[in-house]
Design a protein around this ligand. Structure first.
Ligand SMILES: [Zn+2]
Length: 379
């Protein structure tokens, strides 16, 4: 198609009827560089004035708008700060939800991973030393001990024991399951003190048959992990018993037939609390008064910071049972739930693993046990 011009009412209209790039280039050049109009009066002078105005406007509009230090200070920095804050605000709850999700799952990992997000304070604990002291205690004439199982990880074998004083059939029996979560160290240290008292035939724990199943999660204890060698949470495995540890605990409890089960734990909470399932008021009151007598500070909130009805005490009620019943459909339920299904009451001890006060954490564990003994002991 060729370019053409058409005269219409005294105006020149250029019809853009060409595809020729050279012609187009020339036309645009003509538009951008109008024929030189010399300074003067009349239409020519006016055109020159307009051109100057356009240049001024052009300068102030297009040159000054380029990045300006004040713009970046007042607009960009807060934007970046706010978006960072927003990311932090969003990432915190996401991380918390992920952490809490790990706490309810049967097998969150495939190895005994260490928990680093909750701020758990490590105590003076080494599994090797623990076994050494345990072996010394097992040599005591007053204690009976039995290896109830052995688990293996990376070629290393770990024993699990059931240790007790000689049973008196007229006494009630209390089974203590020690540190089913391997990174909760106060229960392990407390078990050594408890067994020492039992070996010495101390009157503090008289009138009750006490057997201690320990360590309930030796691989976790070795790797400072909540989980066993395959990344299972053993205390979520009381439905189908995938883990050897859960099977060993179950079989030992079936042999000892306890009247009450004590599960020793620690929680990432600032203060100590105790959970009770099918527990009488007299046992609960004895436990709380013994904790107070030993100056253990009791929490006003329990798991996830949920407020407690009574200071230091969480009555496992409908919510606990419903959660476990639902969880059991997906293979996930706790030891406490399992023993309650067998009509055995239980107490869950939760000292604060956020505290670096080793003595307080260990004493809290022992206070609960002696509180129960004072309530059910037959002396
Ligand atoms: Zn625990």
């Amino acid at each position: 198609m060729s370019e053409g011009t058409q005269i219409e009412q005294g105006e020149t209209i250029i019809k853009h009827g060409t595809d020729d790039p050279e012609v187009l280039d020339r036309r645009f050049a003509a538009d951008l560089n109008p024929p030189d109009i010399s300074e003067g009066t009349g239409i020519q002078g006016r055109t020159s004035q307009i051109r100057d105005e356009i240049q001024k406007v052009g300068t102030s509009t297009f040159v000054d708008v380029e990045p300006h230090p004040r713009v970046s200070e007042t607009v960009r920095v807060p934007l970046i700060k706010n978006s960072n804050r927003l990311l932090i605000l969003l990432s915190k709850p996401i991380e918390q939800v992920r952490t809490y999700m790990d706490l309810v799952r049967l097998r969150p990992y495939h190895s005994p991973v260490e928990e680093t997000r909750l701020g758990i304070q490590e105590l003076d604990f080494r599994l090797e030393d623990y076994y050494k002291k345990l072996n010394e205690l097992m040599g005591s004439a007053n204690l009976q001990s039995q290896q109830v199982g052995e688990v293996e990880y990376k070629g290393k074998k770990y024993s699990m024991y059931n240790i007790s004083r000689v049973f008196d059939s007229s006494f009630p029996t209390m089974s203590v399951v020690t540190a089913i979560h391997g990174n909760e160290q106060a229960p392990l240290l407390a078990s050594l003190q408890l067994l020492r008292e039992l070996a010495d035939n101390s009157s503090a724990f008289a009138g009750v048959n006490i057997n201690v199943i320990t360590p309930a999660n030796p691989i976790g204890a070795d790797y400072n992990s909540r989980y066993n060698g395959q990344g299972y949470d053993i205390n979520r495995d009381f439905v189908r018993f995938h883990t050897p540890e859960a099977r060993i605990i179950r079989d030992t409890l079936n042999l000892t037939k306890p009247d009450i089960v004590i599960t020793n734990h620690e929680a990432a909470r600032p203060k100590t609390f105790v959970g009770g399932l099918m527990i009488s008021d007299s046992i609960k009151d004895a436990v709380l008064s013994e904790l107070r007598r030993q100056n253990i500070t009791l929490g006003r909130s329990g798991f996830l910071g949920i407020p407690l009805e009574e200071e230091g005490y969480l009555q496992f009620g409908k919510a606990f049972k419903t959660a476990n019943a639902l969880g059991s459909l997906f293979d996930t339920a706790t030891l406490e739930w399992y023993v309650s299904r067998n009509h055995i009451p239980s107490i869950t001890i939760e000292t604060s693993c956020l505290s670096s006060d080793q003595e307080m954490r260990v004493n809290g564990q022992l206070a609960v046990i002696s509180g129960i003994v004072s309530s059910i002991g037959k002396i």
